[in-house]
Design a protein around this ligand. Sequence first.
Ligand SMILES: Nc1nc2c(ncn2[C@@H]2O[C@H](COP(=O)(O)OP(=O)(O)OP(=O)(O)O)[C@@H](O)[C@H]2O)c(=O)[nH]1
Ligand SMILES: [Mg+2]
Length: 468
Amino acid sequence: MFDNLTSALSKAFETLRGQKTLTEDNIQEGLKAVRRALLEADVHFKVAKEFVNQVKEAAVGQQLIKSVDPAQQFIKICHDQLVELMGGEQTSIPMASSGPTVLMMAGLQGSGKTTTCAKLALHMRKRKKKRPLLVAADLQRPAAVSQLQTLGKQLGIDVYEEGTKSSPPQVCKRGIAHAKKMGYDFVILDTAGRLHIDDLLMKELEEIVGVCKPDSVVLVCDAMLGQDAVNSAGEFHQRLPLTGVILTKLDGDTRGGAALSVRKVTGCPVLFAGVGEKPEDLEEFYPDRMAGRILGMGDVVGLVERAQEVVDEKDAEKAAKKLLKGRFTFDDFLKQMQMVRKLGPLKKVLGMLPGVGQAIKDIDIDEKHFARLEAMILSMTARERAEPELINLPRRRRIARGSGNELQAVHDLLKQFKMMKKMFGKMGKGGGLPPELMGEAPRKGFRQKKGPGIPGMRSGKRGKPRFR
Ligand SMILES: Nc1nc2c(ncn2[C@@H]2O[C@H](COP(=O)(O)OP(=O)(O)OP(=O)(O)O)[C@@H](O)[C@H]2O)c(=O)[nH]1
Ligand SMILES: [Mg+2]
């Protein structure tokens, strides 16, 4: 996400390294580079110009804090302006004061409306404890109705549909009435898209708005289209009372321009970002976190939230306890590995850690390594997985053959597993992690800087780690 923009901006910041103060003169070059980076990312030229002017104003007028490097201060100013540009605060979907909340999706063909309807319904059920209903109001393509039905079935979310013979406003109206009667409290209307904005499409959408008076009208915008997406958003905004935007395909090779300019151009807040094709791949859009990612500062909060989304906390806690007691088996190991993989491609996950994104951007992370480990573990018998000490040479040979790996790979896996078990087993017996990692003052004789500690992990009695 935003790789090119991130590296172009970090080059811009390089121009200020070694400067003692920020002056109108010495920030010129940096500002120019920032502007270039934004334009290359397909940010609208007016937006880029205004952004640079604001950064300049803030930078030159800024009281210099002596202890902070001017380059860092400049980055902080850019960060704050990026947050501002993307709308400042995070915006949630407002709920109707009575009856079901109705949300209409609109957008060009293929922008991701139907997928996003399903993602949003899942989000509403999981995170907001709502009872969502999807309404199939795209009657342009017969396949559109069945696409929504299939998604609904997959996720266990109900779909209201009347085939393709009816008219979209009528389907929506009856869908909402159905929701009221059956006690659904969040209704999402999936509408038809067109290749270009045309009068017919707009009329259809206007009619639905007129008949159904939705609480929210949300534009789905394909971020890969860059400025084109933003321009069409502007046109939608002229015809429809848009209340928010969802940017899709931010996981792809997007240059980032749409994320930065759509708020300014439409005046509507970005509510969510689509970051993949799977139903869980929807993130609430936080301008400050997004700015952090753009500037290569990572997004730890986002990572933790993603982990909460896909990792079962109880499972994780159980595994951690076993690990500390030295009773960890290959089955547990396999489960842990599968949990990490659920977070997404490792590169994407690591990229959300501060400072890591840029460092690993040219490194190829071999996802196949996981698959190889998994194959080896799956080639073990249940008993071998529970009692790895049993795995002697003939068994190792069999596992290597069975999983299509070299014998050395099996040796390595067993060695690593043994080391891991020993290390954590020791920790569980009272050795504990070094106090710095537990967020405490160092023990006597330990001379290390105080670190931030591991979130969520605190030691109870001395030396005994306890998980929350
Ligand atoms: N990578 C990625 N793909 C996405 C995302 N959102 C949607 N897609 C894909 O985009 C394609 C089009 O998605 P749809 O949901 O069918 O788009 P639509 O706007 O409903 O299209 P029409 O109904 O034809 O107007 C599908 O292949 C989706 O899987 C996303 O956030 N990331
Ligand atoms: Mg669709």
